[in-house]
Design a protein around this ligand. Structure first.
Ligand code: NOJ
Length: 734
């Protein structure tokens, strides 16, 4: 697809509308609100949030209270044309508010209803970090397209996804929402997501506007602490963090959300370098930028704005088009334009962008959904569930297997671990549309597969270990399957962790399970890379299953029993110990790479190497790589390698191509992914795989944002992960 731009007749309509609008109505288009909670509890809403944060009430209790909350939907302000967008998942209410906007406001401009549809809506797919392990753009696109169908049936026409923050620090809870640490893989992911959400032509009934977030470099928050500061050279930003953003803009993404963090001292919300120069000027982005929730207001706490009025002026001038929930534009922008503190051209530009997206989405023609549409996905269609299962199976990564897996159906399984029987936990963070009735837990999945299984809770991420329960479960068992990991609330927003080992007493559970002498399989359910050095040393089989979405139980059963041969490859490095974070494979070269000598780049008390490298993932079969050759053409370098399936299971391998630019005018990464290809191989089969890298893609940005292609030596690597590769050197002139 091409960059988002309006057709001529649509652009004319936007200009006609702009001419008719008062300043107040223009400001209204830039004001986004959520329904305000105005009562229904015995305590104030702020106190309620405090109670939740301090753990005095559980997430479930909070959810129940919210269902009964009284809300203000700001109907009067909509009627006056003072609201442009609403965050909402309630199709009836959406129709009602839309009717006020369209039929009762002076100019009849429809609202844009947005919602966080992050990894599926009602059909919840794996968390993005897990889905990225499929390395499969067809699946990336299909899950977004299903999410768009379901969300649009609720009159949600805008999602705050894809999140494409390059995340290299596993302590950061939001790594779960991201496609991982690699800019190339994230670029493939972000393009596919935009295609899936928006369709070929924006404006299709079953499509919604994508919102790239969070712009920019949110994944690099210092020490993995959420909302923290980010400082990095422009070259690192452009080479390491922005490729998926640029890719998605080129693919037609209609909106972008600015990140909470500051970038080099200026919060992204009011950062003209990012919003005006990079995004709007250099990338030619014609959609609109929305702030993150209350982020304009937070510029006061950042200490970059004196008060809300100052924040309003700084934001609009920096190129921030829509204010999410700060009330900064709503309270101040009209006066600021009238007294010429902010120019009318600046206001017009932002309004033009918002109206353009509304126009392109077809909201003026179709502001409502019908009763029939609203009910369409009350029961999920078979194809949606099948797609969820397919993606879930392919997101599973086999980390270790000492001839324990696959299991046989006649083996008696002792299933232990609280997470195995918590259906809603399969959904993971940011899965607001998920419903318990659609969720298949691991316990359920094993039963559905006809397994001979007994279940005991024994221990959870937040509950104590009970040895008697384990002994009871294990007594007659042939194998122990221990489901361990994190709850969904332990990753996602505001969920950074400083210790990445298994939370609570779950390691105790594994130790005692091993002490029974029976084979043990650790099935991990988590939202981030964990530090699993102990588990790798002791547990014979480890399966990384993330939070896989509604079909989790069936997907895990398929892999455990070998109905599906695992093919997932890690989208992020797993550190050996937390202190290694941030640990990522495409690190800039140092002058003293780790070696035997003390005076090299390493730790005294921990290995330097990660536990599982980026791109890693085992299978029930073995693949051998041979005959790696390079060939240069005028415009590309072609890499050819033969991959042979040497085991007894058919499977799918992801052949990965990495490049190192040996000498450059800036320090270059030790290795960078430049391509990959999936190959399906029957037992004993060998296939030639050809990967091509365009020469123009072998350059990099300097700090002035110039793209440089520098002659010299390049090392090409191919392999099944970023560590274990064959290599060939080539000298190139551009
Ligand atoms: C805050 C989060 O940072 C962002 O990702 C999300 O889309 C908005 N809130 C809206 O819910």
């Amino acid at each position: 697809m091409a960059k988002f731009t309006l057709r001529e007749e649509q652009a004319l309509k936007v200009e006609e509308l702009l001419k008719k609008m008062t300043v107040a109505e223009k400001v209204g288009q830039l004001h986004q609100l959520s329904p305000s909670i105005v009562g229904g509890f015995d305590v104030s809403f702020e106190e309620l949030i405090e109670m939740l944060t301090e753990g005095r009430i559980t997430n479930e209790e909070f959810g129940q209270m919210m269902e009964g909350a009284e809300r203000d939907f700001h109907e009067e302000e909509i009627r006056e044309g003072r609201i442009g967008s609403f965050l909402l998942d309630d199709p009836e209410k959406a129709n009602e508010l839309q009717r006020i906007a369209v039929e009762e406001s002076r100019l009849g401009i429809p609202l844009l209803i947005g919602f966080d549809v992050i990894h599926g809506f009602q059909t919840v797919f794996p968390i993005p970090l897990g889905e990225a392990c499929t390395w499969n753009q067809e699946l990336f696109e299909a899950s977004a397209s299903i999410a768009a169908k379901e969300a649009s049936s609720h009159n949600i026409r805008w999602t705050f996804a894809p999140m494409v923050d390059i995340a290299r620090d596993a302590r950061w809870g939001r790594i779960s929402e991201s496609p991982g640490e690699d800019p190339y893989l994230a670029g493939v992911y972000s393009r596919a997501k935009v295609r899936g959400f928006q369709g070929k032509e924006p404006g299709g009934q079953e499509h919604i506007a994508a919102c790239l977030k969070h712009f920019a470099a949110y994944g690099a928050v210092e020490s993995g602490q959420d909302y923290n500061t980010v400082s990095m050279a422009h070259s690192m930003l452009h080479n390491g963090y922005l490729p998926p953003v640029k890719a998605a803009v080129e693919e037609g993404a209609m909106t972008v959300m600015a990140a909470f963090n500051d970038y080099n001292g200026v919060p992204c919300t009011v950062n003209p370098y990012l919003l005006r120069k990079v995004l709007k000027k250099d990338y030619g982005f014609e959609g609109f930028v929305v702030s993150d929730a209350t982020a304009i207001k937070e510029c006061v706490a950042h200490g970059i704005a004196a008060d809300l009025a100052d924040a309003s002026k700084k934001a609009i001038e920096a190129g921030m088009d829509m204010d999410m929930n700060s009330h900064a534009y709503h309270n101040h922008l009209e006066t600021q334009v009238e007294d010429k503190t902010v120019s009318i051209e600046t206001l017009n530009e932002a309004v033009r962008r918002v109206l353009s997206v509304k126009m392109a989405l077809g909201l003026f023609e179709r502001p409502y959904v019908s009763e029939e549409e609203m009910k369409r996905y009350e029961e999920l269609p078979k194809e949606h569930k099948e797609a969820a299962l397919e993606t879930a199976k392919r997101s599973i990564v086999l980390l270790k297997n000492e001839q324990v897996l696959p299991l046989r159906k006649d083996q008696k399984i002792a299933l232990v671990g609280e997470l195995a029987d918590m259906p809603m936990e399969v959904l993971g963070a940011w899965s607001l549309g998920g419903r318990e009735k659609d969720c298949v837990s691991i316990y359920q999945g094993l039963k559905d597969a006809g397994a001979s299984v007994t279940y005991q809770t024994c221990c959870g991420p937040e509950s104590d270990f009970c040895k008697e329960a384990l002994m009871e479960a294990a007594e007659d068992a042939d194998v122990i399957v221990a489901v361990v990991g994190e709850t969904s609330a332990m990753s996602g927003e505001a969920a950074s962790r400083s210790d990445l080992t298994l939370p609570g007493q779950q390691q105790e559970l594994l130790k005692e399970a091993l002490a029974t002498g029976k084979p043990v399989v650790a099935v991990l359910m988590n939202g981030r890379p964990l530090a699993l050095a102990w588990e790798q040393e002791h547990v014979p089989a480890i399966l990384e299953c993330w939070q896989l979405g509604i079909e989790m139980g069936h997907a895990v059963a398929d892999v455990l029993f070998g109905a599906y041969n695992p093919s997932g490859k890690l989208s992020c490095t797993f550190p050996a110990v937390t202190g290694q974070c941030p640990r990522y494979y495409n690190h800039p070269s140092t002058g003293r790479p780790a070696g035997k000598s003390k005076f090299t780049s390493r730790y005294l008390d921990a290995p330097l190497a990660p536990l599982y490298p980026f791109g890693y993932g085992l299978s029930y079969t073995e693949y051998r790589y041979e005959g790696f050759q390079l060939k240069e053409t005028e415009t590309a370098v072609l890499a050819q390698v033969t991959v042979r399936n040497e085991g007894s299971y058919g499977g799918e391998e992801t052949v990965q191509l990495y490049v190192r630019d040996v000498t450059g005018s800036l320090v270059r990464p030790v290795k960078e992914l430049k391509g990959f290809q999936k190959v399906r191989l029957s037992p004993g089969e060998a296939k030639k795989v050809l990967l091509s890298v365009e020469k123009k893609d072998l350059g990099f940005y300097n700090d002035e944002m110039e793209y440089l292609l520098e002659d010299g030596e390049f090392i090409f690597y191919v392999g099944g992960n970023s560590r274990d590769c064959m290599e060939q050197e080539i000298s190139l002139k551009f």
